[in-house]
Design a protein around this ligand. Structure first.
Ligand code: NAP
Length: 235
């Protein structure tokens, strides 16, 4: 698909990867990029159009979709990562909170914007997933549940939106150098590199982006025994 001259919306675009997505879209020639944020006053990217959008609030999401009727690319980027261990007292609560943002938030935005995208000939819905949609680390098990669910949601949305002509793009990546992974000492990709890879995928009409080496290795390892999701990831 083309990006030049289009309008896009990115959730969680006030910082981190979301800001990099918004910047990359503008640099690729998008005429307008809505930088959606819980607090739009925190959007600092020059040239972006701030819009209020908390993905967990259906009223907020539908209000944003009413304003942003011109979008043909939506990037479901907003997400949270909580560190609780699965069997700890905080485990179940952490899973619920992450599902609320990483799964139901993605669903809210997809529902609200599906008719808008359809109205522009289909467009694209990009869902930011993770290599942790496929594998777990001890400290990320509750997050991995939400990202695995978001992967399944993405596959389901692809089926439902195909008849609208909407391309659904799944993006998998390992650690990225943002606030979310500030505590991580393992190698991290730059947000700009991940965003550039996704822009290229949109231009090439790809439906899955394996944005870094670890994502490519884990996906390739599905066919080996034991797979990474059994043997564990080396962070
Ligand atoms: N960093 C990594 O290592 C990594 C790796 C793979 C995938 N990812 C995924 O990449 C995406 C972006 O993460 P990041 O690394 O940029 O994280 P980040 O630096 O923590 O930024 C998260 C963004 O999501 C927003 N957000 C959180 N809850 C929200 C809500 N309810 N409604 C709207 N916005 C909300 C935050 O807004 P506020 O400023 O209001 O909190 C912020 O803009 C996430 O989906 C994450 O799971 C990250």
């Amino acid at each position: 698909m083309k990006i030049q001259g289009t309008t896009a919306l990115v959730t969680g675009a006030n910082r981190g990867l979301g800001q990099a997505f918004a910047k990359a879209l503008l640099e690729a020639g998008a005429t307008k990029v809505y930088a959606a944020a819980r607090d739009p006053s925190t959007v600092t990217l020059a040239g972006a159009t701030p819009i209020k959008l908390d993905v967990t609030r259906a009223d907020d999401v539908f209000a944003a979709a009413k304003i942003a009727q011109d979008v043909s690319i939506v990037i479901n980027n907003a997400g949270i990562a909580l560190g609780a261990m699965l069997l700890s007292d905080q485990g179940a609560d952490a899973i619920r909170k992450q599902l609320e943002t990483n799964l139901f938030g993605m669903l809210n935005v997809s529902q609200a914007f599906a008719p808008v995208l359809r109205g522009h000939g289909g467009g694209a819905l990009v869902n930011m997933l993770s290599v942790l949609s496929w594998a777990s680390l001890p400290s990320t098990a509750t997050y991995s549940i939400s990202k695995a669910a978001a992967w399944a949601l993405t596959n389901g949305l692809r089926n439902e939106l195909r008849e609208h002509g909407t391309k659904v793009v799944a993006v998998h990546a390992g650690f990225i150098d943002t606030d979310m992974a500030a505590h991580v000492t393992a190698p991290k990709s730059s947000p700009a590199d991940i965003a550039a890879r996704v822009i290229q995928a949109l231009l090439n009409d790809e439906e899955e982006v394996l944005a870094d080496d670890i994502s490519r290795q884990v996906k390739a390892g599905f066919g080996s025994t034991p797979s990474h999701y059994i043997a564990g990831l080396k962070p």
